[in-house]
Design a binder for this molecule. Sequence first.
Ligand code: SRM
Ligand code: SF4
Length: 510
Amino acid sequence: MVGTAKPSKLNKFEQFKADKDGLAVKDELEKFAQLGWEAVEKNDLEHRLKWVGVFYRPVTPGKFMVRMRTPNGIVTSEQMRLYAEIVQRYGEDGSADITTRQNIQLRGVRLEDIPEIFNRFEQVGLTSVQSGMDNVRNITGSPMAGIDADELIDTRELVQKVQDMITNEGKGNYDFTNLPRKFNIAIEGGRDNSVHAEINDIAFVPAYKDGELGFNVLVGGFFSAKRVAAAVPLGVWVPPNEDVVKICRAILTVYRDRGLRANRQKSRMMWLIDEWGMDKFRSAVEQQMGKSLATATEEDLIDWEKRDHLGTFAQKQPGLNYVGMHVPAGRLWSQDMFDLARMAEVYGSGEIRLTVEQNALVPNIPDENLDAFLAEPLLEKFTLSPKPLERSLVSCTGAQFCNFALVETKQRALALARELDAELEIPNKVRIHWTGCPNSCGQPQVADIGLMGTKVRKDGKTVEGVDVFMGGKVGKEAKLGDRVQKGIACDDLKSTLKDILLEQFDAKPL
Ligand code: SRM
Ligand code: SF4
């Protein structure tokens, strides 16, 4: 369904969506598989396939990326094994990444295999539908949901219900496939804002009202190359029930029908909120819901520092534990995924959880299985206590696979963190986030030190470089960081970072 706000001349994205809804390619996958990717019409290949989570990669033509949906970051061992099998067949081209939205992306996938892969997804309850372009991205929730003794609200069921509403239980839902732009939703149920609520278009954060526990609703958070904005209070409180689904539907409907579409640089929901003001936006949402909403009256309950979940921890269920493993730069190979699946089955309950820091947890490990789990060889690669810089490293995809990238990120980020960890004693964690371009997928604005790829002139040549962001704060009183230095050539970055760490993070040379 196309919204009512029709600009007089459609930009090229609005035009191709009006010509044919992106979701329509769902029924053409067999045909594309037979045609071969080179023969697929350009808009179908480069854009519409993203509506079913299939991303053409101009950097590696013919080797596609598949972006899944992983509600609340929860993956079963069966699903993880399927991921392993899918990428295994692509040899060196086949890998997977844990994303900054606690999700999985598969790499190296051939278009001719998509119909079979999608059948196999369905058999294990997976979907990649509506995971790219003008759709709602993976819905995040606390990776500790249901196992954290200090949890306020278990978000698992709510996250799943919101996803089911948006995607028609994974089958695809034309109601929400033509939003003005991408859209992010997060539902936080813990005390430490594990999902970066403030950078979502809709965020639910736990709060009381009249003695009842529910959520305050924040809206409009986003990052883009042109502008970044933290989410602001809608002024509304909702109970942790079907109303969460209903308000998501109402906000999405208002945004779909009234959101700004003329200029894609000004189409994220915050631009509509700015234009209308919050009162008008709220009444439009209430009108859409067909009832007035309760006004939020209390502060949210986010009062903890953000945890990174790495290590071994007791769960709220007596005798059970979860183990959080560090996955360097979020990169997984098929053997890693086979191992994770097996370990989750043998020692736990067959469940794996992903974090927005691109790491993996295995929950529900009984005390008596813990030693054997900790002796598994995978833990030499995915360690429980990496050194401080590597520990908190986050990196977007970068130039290896992303055509927007101005720099290579993941390998450089890891190499630099390891070198600096070897040369410095750093008393506390320092969260370094790399992002390959101003789109900010690696969220440099939430980091202690954020590095954003750019091009720099050095010795008469154009070379890869970064802008440096600092001051991002997460957890309680989350705050976005600012750009503090511009245009540092990557070759000079080690000494710049060393100075910052020595001067501002109490590091000492080893
Ligand atoms: Fe992103 C576009 C990767 C999280 C803001 N993002 C892209 C594309 C699809 C561009 C492309 O077609 O190549 C990248 C795919 C590269 C690839 O091959 O992997 C890409 N974004 C990613 C991931 C994989 C980074 C990562 O390594 O973890 C994350 C996938 C999350 C997921 O599972 O869905 C990812 N992207 C984010 C986030 C962080 C977040 O959501 O917390 C942001 C900033 C928050 C936001 O959206 O408000 C983000 N991505 C963007 C933007 C800028 C949006 C804007 O309004 O301008 C783009 C470009 C666009 O949409 O035009 C973009
Ligand atoms: Fe690609 Fe830029 Fe996003 Fe990194 S920040 S994944 S380089 S679009």
